[in-house]
Ligand binder design. Sequence first.
Ligand code: SAM
Ligand code: SF4
Length: 355
Amino acid sequence: MLVRIRTSTPAPLGESRGLPLVDPQARQIRYLRLSLTDRCNYRCTYCMPEEGVPHHPRGEVLSLEEMVRLVAAFAAMGVERVRLTGGEPTVRRGLTELVAALASLRTSSGARLEVVMTTNGELLEELAGPLARSGLAGLTVSLDSLDAARFSTITRRGELARVLAGIEAAQAAGLPLKLNTVAIRGFNDDELGAIAAFAWARGVTPRFIEVMPMAGGRLYVPGALLPAAEIRAAVAAGAGAALVADTGEGVRGLGPATYWRASAGRWAGHRVGVIAAMTENFCGSCNRLRVSASGQLHACLARDEAGDLRAALRSDDPQALERAVRAVVGSKRDGHLFGVDGSGGPRKAMVSIGG
Ligand code: SAM
Ligand code: SF4
């Protein structure tokens, strides 16, 4: 069923319209991650407990109209890219209409806002074409194993074949793709080279993520952390060549990954990204904010503190939204406190903050 999004006037930004969002460490915020829902059709072991997490009542979740107003305000303050995430963004009704509305927004420099999404891929086979036609600029698909039994173990309810069909459909639809793999010692550390080769053979960039202790460390298994240096060694072994730091343009783009290239062999020149919040943290260049599905603005994934944008969006004060955003940006700290023993992270789960 077609979902109609009423496009109302974006939140006015007063005299500071166009003034960039700059935090106390002089980092300019150019990248927003927006969680569309706190619901998910998977239960990945490092992200969610088996029984799931308590959901916000419907009235506390931002409507699609509110999301468009919110992102328009961020775009006017210098945000250039918005990543739709969750929970699982594809379970949100009206997704393609939302993408179309967001993709028609302009940034403060007059460019088109770049709208990208991260998904587990379960529903992608049906959605890839409509998403591409709605103006989605890129897609990251999470894929932790190429072994069907392992895949269903880690996701607790996922089916590898469906995700692979989704990847194929996304490529057929012409969507630029990346693959995200959480690297876990004792689970998929013997597969990293194969996953990289799977991606490279399809012209896709693989990215490997160090596991982080969310949800008060409850889902974190300290020995499972595979440090970035070991991730690179495993990929190099799989690629049959050393990896060299990619110093070309975009070595650290708008996102958190550092990029590396295979130096020789069959996969020479192919790139791989590593997202290493634990052992090579990238806080110094963090230019991101996260908005949860209930409109809470987080300056840092590793901290529970958030500013309430939902209240600001629903208030009669036209300046309230910008004030709330700038207050959170002004409180953005210089680093996270994640410990390899599982301490120091937020009490909230990744799925509640927005991954
Ligand atoms: N459901 C979508 C998906 O899985 O792609 C989008 C949301 S998910 C929270 C975003 C990303 O966070 C996924 O790539 C997932 O693997 C990653 N992730 C979740 N929990 C994590 C954790 N504890 N440590 C590292 N990465 C995690
Ligand atoms: Fe769902 Fe993504 Fe979390 Fe897995 S990582 S449980 S797919 S939100």
